[in-house]
Design a protein around this ligand. Structure first.
Ligand code: FES
Ligand code: FES
Length: 176
């Protein structure tokens, strides 16, 4: 018969929620021991040091944490790291080819598509996906499909101009 102390252990000790998760990020495989409740955003920033992906609201409202999973944009703050196992994850650090910026990054620089820059990685990840989704037919369409990415600096006109320009070049130099 269990004594009082061991009975309390059985009741109070939570089952382990950790597991080994292998994440493929920007083409590199990383095996981590993670709590299954850890978000992809926290795994990228806190465990892998990929701090280009920003934490804004941490509740799915600002788009600052946008990354690609299997080529589709997702909000890393609403995605569990364990859910991304076996998928191809791309962060803003993985967009450029060596020293050459991605064409969308280049367009953001040419059009001053940022001020403080905090929202910019998420904007750029969304913009790259937007071109792949074929949602750059007009400024209105760009605005609508970029509406999940907020910019507190109000750089929206320049962001739209950058995306329009990148799209007009056909994204032909895009690495994704
Ligand atoms: Fe993920 Fe704001 S930090 S949507
Ligand atoms: Fe500052 Fe967008 S450039 S929040």
């Amino acid at each position: 018969m269990a004594d009082a102390a061991s009975s309390r252990d059985v009741v109070e000790r939570p089952a382990s929620t950790e597991r080994i998760v292998t994440l493929t990020v920007n083409g590199q495989s990383h095996t981590l021991r993670l709590d299954t409740r850890v978000t992809l955003l926290d795994a990228l920033r806190d465990r892998l040091g990929l701090v280009g992906t920003k934490k804004g609201c941490d509740q799915g409202a600002c788009g600052a944490c946008t990354v690609h999973v299997d080529g589709r944009r997702v909000l890393a703050c609403l995605t569990l790291a364990a859910q991304a196992e076996g998928r191809e994850i791309t962060t803003v650090e993985g967009l450029s080819a060596g020293d050459a910026p991605h064409p969308v990054q280049q367009a953001f620089m040419e059009h001053d598509g940022f001020q403080c820059g905090f929202c910019t990685p998420g904007q750029i990840m969304s913009a790259v996906a937007l071109m792949a989704e074929g949602r750059t037919g007009s400024d209105e369409e760009i605005r609508e499909f970029m509406s999940g990415n907020l910019c507190r600096c109000g750089a929206y006109p320049n962001i739209v101009a950058a995306i329009r320009d990148a799209a007009s070049r056909g994204g032909r130099d895009a690495h994704l």
